[in-house]
Design a protein around this ligand. Structure first.
Ligand SMILES: Cc1ncc(COP(=O)(O)O)c(C=O)c1O
Length: 422
């Protein structure tokens, strides 16, 4: 049975670690537990508390939660591949051949020919010489930034970059200069001021909260002008952009063999895992230095098998890309017709920016009442005052699914603080 757990239901109960705080009390009565509860209550009071949502069905265009069916807009399953029969069969086949886990790091023989082949295929997307798989896109960013950055390095990071990029920089203990979102003039000025020996420019290519595309031609030109390494997070681009789903470099018709590409298998490719593709010296360096690669059990064969099948579908069925992009355009038009702010979205990620966290939760509840599952995204994930509903489209959505969004939002006023329809 799936469920949308309330914060109260999601609390974990008392593990009974009497004395662990040095007070001799039970955990529930301890200063520690009290402090955590106070912080959680503060999150509650600001409408910022998070909770897990568990469907009882798979990640399809419709999901079932607590015996209700919803049109599903919270998944990154852009091409609808996570439940595709071909991916399921490939995952099962990989399990039959290699088992359920490789139970070790790649460096300790936790590998299969499927892993090596997948790296070759992912490298080929951008004509790169090599690629390295990670257990998640999060870990790929952590690995790249923490290995490449460090003393003597300065990182120039877009203000809207993903948490995994930020965390990777923190791990590297490097100096980070944050430039205003997509502002190439500001980036140039910061680079011009820098006296760092080695510079790294890092940006998402499809921004995960606004769904806009980075100004890639300018970004590339700027990085080249200042001889900075360029790290591009293609998490939301692989499979969706480019004539063959290669990503945004191909989408913009750019050749950039020097770019370091971070990607994930867990969005359009319907599997799980992350990767970094680059020229072989970079990849060889990461293999030796990236701690999330070295000290982590490699991806299970099933995930790698599914990703192979996904790449086959991505190459063979370009109509999936066209469809998800067209549906996103349809939704943006519908939201704007309602007076809602769909931001600069140009991808299957479509925000409806409503302002306060309370307003976003109100819209989320209204959508749910109308049979639509889309989550409110609130600070700190997005800047204060830009809370939103984020809709992620899938190629397997129907036009009626998209229409269900606007039907659910009409009629009636939204809560105070929204910039939406009244
Ligand atoms: C831009 C970006 N980079 C990296 C990641 C992490 O990818 P994964 O979910 O595979 O860890 C995400 C996923 O949320 C993302 O949106």
């Amino acid at each position: 049975m799936g469920s949308m757990r309330s914060p109260a239901r999601s609390s974990r109960g008392s593990p009974g670690v009497a004395g662990s705080t040095g007070t001799g009390s039970t955990w529930a009565g301890s200063t520690w537990a009290g402090g955590l509860r106070t912080e959680l209550a503060a999150l509650d009071a600001r409408s910022l508390r998070r909770s897990v949502v568990t469907p009882s069905s798979g990640q399809d265009a419709h999901v079932e939660i607590d015996d209700h069916r919803y049109v599903h807009f919270t998944s990154n399953n852009y091409l609808g591949l996570a439940t595709d029969a071909r991916l399921k069969a490939a995952a099962k086949d990989a399990i039959d051949r290699y088992g359920t886990s490789v139970t070790a790091s790649r460096l300790l023989a936790g590998s299969t020919p499927l892993h090596d082949d997948l790296e070759r295929r992912l490298a080929a997307l951008n004509d790169h010489e090599a690629c390295l798989l990670f257990s998640a896109g999060y870990l790929a960013n952590l690995g790249v930034m923490s290995a490449l950055a460090g003393p003597g390095t300065e990182v120039f990071s877009d203000a809207l970059n993903h948490a995994s990029i930020i965390d990777g920089c923190r791990l590297a203990r490097t100096r980070v200069r944050v430039y205003p979102h997509a502002d190439m003039e500001a980036l140039s000025s910061l680079l011009a001021e820098s006296t760092a020996e080695r510079k790294i420019v890092v940006s998402e290519t499809v921004f995960s909260m606004d769904g806009d595309l980075a100004p890639l031609p300018e970004l590339l030109e700027t990085a080249r002008r200042f001889e900075a390494a360029l790290v591009l997070d293609e998490a939301h681009a692989v499979g969706v952009f480019g004539p063959g789903g290669e990503g945004t470099l191909r989408h913009f018709g750019l050749e950039a063999p020097e770019a370091i590409i971070v990607g994930t298998l867990s969005k359009a490719l319907g599997s799980v895992g992350g990767f970094v593709s680059a020229q072989s010296d970079v990849v060889e360096y990461l293999l030796n230095k990236a701690r999330p690669f070295i000290f982590n059990t490699a991806l299970p064969p099933s995930a790698v098998g599914a990703a192979h099948a996904a790449l086959d579908v991505v190459a063979a069925e370009p109509e999936r890309r066209a469809r998800v992009l067209a549906l996103a355009e349809d939704l943006r038009t519908r939201l704007r017709d309602l007076g809602l702010d769909a931001g600069p979205s140009a991808s299957p990620i479509v925000p409806a920016i409503v302002g306060t966290a309370e307003a976003a939760l109100d819209v989320e509840a209204r959508l749910r009442a109308g049979g639509v599952l889309a989550k409110a995204v609130r600070p700190p994930t997005v800047p204060e005052g830009t809370s939103r509903i984020r809709f992620n489209l899938m190629a397997t959505h129907s036009e009626a699914d998209v229409a269900a969004v606007t039907a659910a939002l009409q009629p009636g006023p939204l809560a105070a603080g929204t910039t939406g329809p009244t």
